[in-house]
Design a protein around this ligand. Structure first.
Ligand SMILES: Nc1ncnc2c1ncn2[C@@H]1O[C@H](COP(=O)(O)O)[C@@H](O)[C@H]1O
Length: 205
């Protein structure tokens, strides 16, 4: 059984594009600001474009601490060097595997905002590691405008069909509004072994 640890840093996975729905971009800014407001370090993929850029800008403009972790080959594609200099910590890795491991190691919790295939791959890997008892760090799906509903439906279908083993280990939180993400994270350790109550806006999948 892992020991409970106070959450100090939060890894955010999200799109390197803006997406079509402006609520998604706005959610990135809001989450960045609320991480900073709560004194939580943002750990993310160091992209300065799309929703990744919005989260980082939201955090940095509000005086928050930000760690960006990016493989060398992606710097030109996903970031502009001028904006990278604003990060208070930049880690350049040799490859994607090293990036993903470092993002995992350096974070106490994980959030999936809307994004594409990279975002999906990253958050699913974090869930598989939870299923394999590699960690008990909280996982939150930010279900802005119902973005994650198709994935949540698929996961429920897998459960119903008996393919999600150790299901009790894979219980991501689902919140509908960006403002609710940080309160959900901060309540997560207590709800695990404490009073068992989650804030109203939060459901467990
Ligand atoms: N296969 C991947 N594993 C981990 N991370 C990846 C992968 N492919 C892309 N990424 C990174 O994820 C973010 C967001 O990508 P989106 O496809 O825009 O969701 C970006 O930093 C990618 O480098």
């Amino acid at each position: 059984m892992a020991t409970m640890k106070t959450i100090e840093s939060v890894c955010v996975y999200c799109g390197s594009s803006n997406g079509r729905d402006e609520n998604h971009f706005a959610a990135g800014l809001t989450l960045g600001r609320s991480l900073a407001g709560a004194g939580l370090r943002l750990v993310y993929g160091a992209g300065t474009k799309g929703i990744m850029g919005a989260v980082a800008r939201g955090a940095m403009d509000a005086g928050g601490a930000v760690t960006g972790i990016i493989p060398k080959f992606l710097i030109r594609k996903e970031a502009t060097e001028v904006e990278l200099t604003r990060l208070d910590e930049l880690v350049v890795t040799d490859d994607m595997h090293q990036r993903k491991h470092l993002m995992f190691d350096r974070s106490d919790a994980f959030v999936a905002l809307p994004g594409g295939i990279g975002t999906l791959e990253e958050i699913v890997e974090i869930m598989t590691w939870a299923q394999l008892a590699r960690h008990e760090k909280p996982i939150v799906f930010a279900n802005i405008s119902g973005f994650w509903n198709p994935l949540l439906t698929l996961i429920q279908h897998m459960r119903d069909e008996g393919f999600v083993h150790s299901a009790q280990r894979v219980q991501p939180l689902v919140v509908d509004r960006a403002e609710d993400i940080v309160p959900a994270l901060l309540a997560a350790p207590a709800s695990d072994g404490g009073n068992g109550e989650a804030p109203v806006a939060i459901e467990r999948l």
